[in-house]
Design a binder for this molecule. Structure first.
Ligand code: G4P
Length: 529
């Protein structure tokens, strides 16, 4: 437990929260692991819901047509479970490779992440991208090397790859005993226990050490000899686990297991409970907020429309940073100064909504509203305070939106404005008055946009290529910005908040612009507000 434990009820509740996400390349086993974690946390009835990708899933989430068509989850949900006196909030993220802006934003709302690797593949492209986002905030990362029941790469090689490709120290806390079909379990390097693959995770076998002759009886002479040699090498040559380095985001503890066979998941969960930090202080303007403060603060990291087809409202996902939330509170939206009533805060439990009685720092609640709340908004009990750090990423695909029926122009504008506020797409208005430009990180986001324009707003639209393949936010002194805008009217625009952006046809052109305008800065990431 943490040193600053718990003088006030708020501090005590904050200290028992663990709010985390799972990052993984598609197919590494995130869904399977999520399911097994929920099972351990007693949320058994949900296990099938997480897993179901076919018809079962569709019936549960028929609120969005695109989801039915594709059988993939576009929504981020929050799954809460309790274990050992702790409350775990698992913020789920869309796993599809192509649709990751939501994932990125979700990572601003967690205090730790579990990085799942496929033991045969190691670090993959999406793992690396997501890791980089975690690194922006130095989020502590626990690594779970999954699929140890199959042909796997050498653990030394995997650890070396983590260290080299991510520039992150890696410390094994478990060591695999036997490989593939011969995989017998793991040796807990910290607790000196053997965790056999065919027993419940709880049923660890404590030995005096690796020299204990019982090891042979447990795993056979060959595997015992290999383990002794490897564990000795690992202890001598690899990083030892260091809680402080982990909490600072410089070192990842590495667990080995098999989500499918439900092996190593309990060990991982124990690691999360023990090592992952509770909600910590959060940077804001003009001050940092401590989780134990009595007054409520929080920020919106996601907005979702139409989660429930019977209530065509929008739900803002609010991560609490301090204080206690109760039903019926009125909170101040700092950006506008407006009061936002929180009459029926929602806890998200997979796709089911539950009315929450109270929520604490680290928790995520849904606040129903009619479009008032935006991604990046800070809510307080009255204080003028803004949290930093909910980012927008420069989109990689830029398209003009073209109406099939020009009479619907006004409707299109409303629809695009709303969808941009929700974070479905980014919206830019070119300075020369040409058609609006939408920007997305992946192609799938365009499909989502097209479907929602048609289904929800009755505005069929098409996308037209632009000459651009990248954009940057431009900042600098006002006169210089104006000169830039004037000189680049055809390749510049404003984003949804009126910030100047520049479009480029190639990376070469971007570099040229940076050279030509040394007094300006070109940003690939923008923090909202
Ligand atoms: P994802 O959410 O990261 O995309 O991965 P998911 O859990 O869906 O797992 C991808 C595939 O890997 C699934 O197989 C799953 O059963 C398998 N898998 C997950 N964990 C393990 C493991 O520990 N060991 C082994 N051997 N396989 C694992 P699939 O055939 O694609 O799907 P399904 O037919 O099993 O549903």
């Amino acid at each position: 437990m943490d040193a600053h434990v718990a003088q006030t009820p708020v501090a005590a509740e904050a200290a028992r929260r663990r709010t985390f996400a799972i990052i993984a390349h598609p197919d590494a086993g995130k869904t399977t692991l999520t399911e097994k974690l929920l099972l351990k946390g007693g949320a058994i009835q949900l296990a099938g819901a997480v897993r179901a990708k076919g018809n079962a899933r569709r019936t549960r989430s028929d609120w969005m047509k695109i989801e039915q068509d594709r059988g993939i989850s576009v929504a981020t949900s929050v799954m809460t479970f309790e274990r050992g006196g702790l409350v775990f909030n698992l913020l789920d993220t869309p796993g599809h490779e192509d649709f990751s802006e939501d994932t990125y934003r979700t990572l601003t709302a967690v205090d730790a992440a579990v990085m799942v690797l496929d033991a045969a593949k190691g670090i993959e492209s999406q793992t690396r991208k997501l890791f980089e986002v975690c690194r922006l905030r130095d989020i502590p990362i626990i690594t779970f090397v999954n699929k140890m029941d199959r042909e796997a790469r050498d653990p030394f090689e995997l650890i070396d790859e983590i260290e080299k490709t991510l520039a992150l120290d890696a410390a094994p806390v478990a060591w695999p005993v036997g490989r593939a079909a011969q995989f017998a379990g793991t040796w807990d390097l910290l607790e000196r226990r053997f965790l056999p693959v065919d027993a419940d995770d709880g049923a660890a076998i404590r030995l005096a050490g690796l020299d204990d002759p019982r090891l042979e009886a447990l795993v056979g002479a060959e595997r015992a000899a290999a383990l002794r040699e490897e564990a000795e090498l690992a202890e001598a040559g690899l990083n030892a686990f260091d809680l402080e380095a982990f909490r600072e985001g410089h070192l990842t503890p590495v667990f080995f297991g098999s989500a499918l066979r439900d092996f190593g998941v309990g060990h991982l969960l124990d690691g999360l409970a023990r090592y992952a930090p509770p909600p910590g202080p959060r940077a804001g303007d003009p001050r940092e907020v401590q989780p134990g403060e009595d007054k409520l603060t929080g920020f919106v990291f996601k907005v979702q429309a139409n989660m429930d087809p019977n209530h065509r409202d929008r739900v803002a996902f609010l991560r609490l940073c301090s204080g206690k939330l109760t039903k019926g509170m009125r909170l101040k939206q700092v950006r506008t100064g407006k009061q936002v009533p929180v009459n029926a805060p929602l806890f998200f439990f997979a796709k089911d909504r539950q009315v929450a009685e109270e929520a604490w720092p680290g928790d995520v609640v849904g606040v129903a509203n009619h479009g008032t709340l935006r991604i990046g908004d800070t809510l307080t009990e009255g204080e003028e305070l803004n949290f930093r750090g909910v980012p927008s990423f420069a989109p990689e695909i830029l398209r003009h939106v073209q109406l099939e029926d020009p009479m619907l122009a006004k409707k299109l504008k409303t629809a695009l404005d709303q969808l941009a506020e929700e974070g479905v797409v980014q919206l830019f208005r070119p300075l020369d008055g040409s058609l609006p430009v939408v920007g997305v990180v992946g192609q799938l986001q365009l499909d989502v946009l097209q479907s929602r324009l048609k289904v929800e707003y009755g505005v069929p639209a098409r996308f037209q290529d632009t000459m651009w393949s990248m954009m940057r936010w431009v900042t600098g002194g006002k006169p210089e910005l104006e000169r830039f805008a004037e000189a680049n009217r055809r390749d510049a625009g404003e984003d949804h908040d009126g910030e100047l952006v520049a479009f480029f046809g190639s990376d070469w052109r971007r570099k040229r612009a940076e050279e030509e305008w040394p007094a300006l800065r070109f940003h690939a990431v923008r923090e909202q507000h």
